[in-house]
Design a protein around this ligand. Sequence first.
Ligand code: FE2
Length: 270
Amino acid sequence: MRVAFIGDIVGRPGREMLKKYLPKIRKEYEIDFVIANYENASHGFGLTPKNANEIVAYGLDCLTGGNHSWDKKEIETLFDTHEILRPHNYPDDVSGTGCKIYDVAGEKLAVLNLMGHYSMPLTDNAFRKAKSTVETLHVEGIKNIFVDFHAEATSEKRAMMMLLQGQVAGIIGTHTHVSTDDFQIANGTAYLTDMGLTGCRDNVIGMDEKVPLKQFMTGLKGHFDVPKNCKKILQMAIMDFSDGKCSGAFKLKQFDDGELLKTDAWIEKD
Ligand code: FE2
């Protein structure tokens, strides 16, 4: 199966990039299943039902979340009606789930959403939850597992990769909005520390730079805003999974002027 992952969709500019390019890319690269992180899709914070329907229509099969999952309260209703996850390591009595299983190209695919700890809300231990969930999935015979690990610290993401390497087909980080340059396949597991945002690319993590700059210059906090006009990018990982392993992967950077950059993941030799 060919699975694609898009990181944090930030506001209208991110949604516009999906509308313009996702159907074309999905067809051209014969992608079976597309996962994307929704937590910033509605003006940078959370997801409204209207925007959920909008982005799903552009070709998304499963949406993953993070620390902003509940910024729009209507998310509670969407958990029941849409293919929407929230981090699986929120306590069990919190609404929604962070793990769903799909039939894709004749095989099962599990999507697991987890959230890290540094600079994040207090939750159950992401690493213990990852280990126990993956073990349960294996017992159930589900081999193809993709993890969106929503975390701030690169060290946490590397540690999660070391914990799950060889046990899952892919782990990609989200949350920082800044893409890293370490897309690799090791022991059959595709790994990228952070996917990077889909949205505005010429400011501060997809947000107008005025408020962040004021915050850094003065120490005074403000509300971040998605710019109305900006240069945009869509970033996507495309991975081939079979029998629980990733056999090949590459990343696309689609710019809003039409330029497309493709970079292969490197394969770590034993
Ligand atoms: Fe986040």
